[in-house]
Structure formats: structure tokens, C-alpha cells
Design a protein around this ligand. Structure first.
Ligand SMILES: *Cc1c(COP(=O)(O)O)cnc(C)c1O
Length: 224
């Protein structure tokens, strides 16, 4: 399998028309595939595994923006803190504390999205709506001077029921609008939702950033 450049140009055109950013999700894919997209203009790539991200970042062009989109363990923040562009899946205050600490050590401000649990499945990580609102309304975010909270991220249920997916996206979008009225609007403006199977629906519901893997790179084959 290799990169589908026709689909890339098509998706890019659609997204540009609606002002939505594209993260090309390259997890499990070889550097060669990333370079293929890089050469036709893509700069934002998403990875789920810390070690894989670190290895790829070390050997690929320095102007790539690396997005960490997986579940991040506190003890691994230090490996990506020097260079990561945006951490999408921040789902606890413990993780905020650690990101802030590592960002300070690296003398930088790290951009993050707070992950919200919108799916009905138990397996998806994230704040629930009420604990998110409690955090936003508290003063606690202010202490993280080396973190900039840019927006929210969520993943819909893994289901063919598009009505269910739509409802989940709509509720995240509503929460996003609500938080926007509280946090400084100039920095809080990213809503990361939508993947290969549901990105059109996500955009309809107000997404500003989609994370697309298999449509661009082909299906993933995990090692046996
Ligand atoms: C793998 C992954 C994606 C991309 O999934 P596709 O269905 O291949 O587009 C998007 N977001 C997250 C968090 C992922 O883990």
C-alpha cells in the first residue's frame, strides 16, 4: 500500500473550502509514505505511539509539525516535549502538570487540546463534560504557564450508526462553543474531530481539524 495522492488533493480541496485543517495520521506507516505527502505540501502529521513519533521526527524534515494524537502516559511526556507541535489527547490534570513541567524544562510553551469523552464506549479516554466545565471554570488552568490550551478533541463511537456519531459530534461542538465563551477566544479555537470514516459529518458539526489516516495511506497492517 502507498499514499493515495488523488484522494489527498480531493480531501485538501474540500477542507480548504471549509477552512478545516488536515492532520495526516501516519501511525504504523513508513517514512517513505510521509515523504510522499510532504513532497506535495502536507506538513502536519499525527502519531499515536511515543517511540514511533520520536524515531520519525529524528529522521524526517525539521519543518514537519508533529501532532501526538494517542493516549499519552505521563512518564513519556519528556520524550516528545522538545519538539511536539500539538498534543491532542490531554485527559487529566496529572498529565497537564507533567506537560507543563516538561515544557518549562525545554523553555517552551506546548499547545494542547483537552480530550472529551463523547463516545458511549468505555474504552475511549477523556474528560466528561461536567469535569471539563469544572476545570475550565476554575482558576487551575492559569497555573500552567507553559501550556496553551488551544481547543478540544474527541472521538465518536466506533459504529456504523451515523446518527449516533452525529449526535456525539454535535454534543462536543456545543461544549466547544460553551468553553469558547469562557476562555480567551483568540487562543481557544481548535475543535479536533473527525477521521476517515466520519470527517464529512464532523465538519458539518463544526470541526476545525480532522485527523485522517487510512483514506490517505491505505489500511493499516499491525504486526502480528
Ligand atoms: C488512528 C487515528 C486516527 C485516524 O484514523 P483513520 O480511520 O485511519 O482515519 C484519527 N484519530 C486518532 C486518535 C487515531 O488514533
Amino acid at each position: 500500500m502507498s499514499v493515495n495522492t488523488t484522494v489527498f488533493h480531493q480531501i485538501k480541496k474540500e477542507l480548504t473550502a471549509s477552512g478545516v485543517d488536515l492532520i495526516a495520521v501516519s501511525k504504523t506507516k513508513p517514512n517513505k509514505d510521509i515523504i510522499d505527502l510532504y513532497e506535495i505540501g502536507q506538513r502536519d502529521f499525527g502519531e499515536n505511539y511515543v517511540q514511533e513519533l520520536v524515531d520519525k521526527a529524528a529522521s524526517l524534515p525539521a519543518d514537519i509539525h508533529w501532532h501526538f494524537i494517542g493516549h499519552l502516559q505521563s512518564n513519556k511526556v519528556k520524550f516528545i516535549a522538545p519538539f511536539v507541535h500539538l498534543i491532542h489527547g490531554v485527559d487529566s490534570e496529572k498529565l497537564l502538570q507533567e506537560i507543563n513541567k516538561q515544557a518549562l524544562k525545554n523553555n517552551r510553551v506546548i499547545d494542547v487540546l483537552l480530550q472529551v469523552h463523547i463516545a458511549t464506549e468505555e474504552t475511549k479516554f477523556g474528560f466528561d463534560a461536567s469535569s471539563l466545565m469544572e476545570l475550565i471554570q476554575s482558576n487551575r488552568l492559569i497555573q500552567y504557564q507553559n501550556i496553551s490550551v488551544k481547543g478540544l478533541m474527541g472521538m465518536a463511537s466506533f459504529t456504523e450508526d451515523m446518527n449516533k456519531v452525529k449526535t456525539e459530534f454535535a454534543s462536543l461542538s456545543q461544549l466547544f462553543q460553551q468553553v469558547k465563551t469562557i476562555l480567551p477566544a483568540n487562543s481557544f479555537q481548535t475543535l479536533s474531530m473527525g477521521m476517515s470514516s466520519d470527517y464529512a459529518l464532523a465538519i458539518q458539526q463544526g470541526s476545525t481539524m480532522v485527523r485522517i489516516g487510512s483514506l490517505l495511506f491505505g489500511a493499516r497492517e499491525y504486526a502480528k
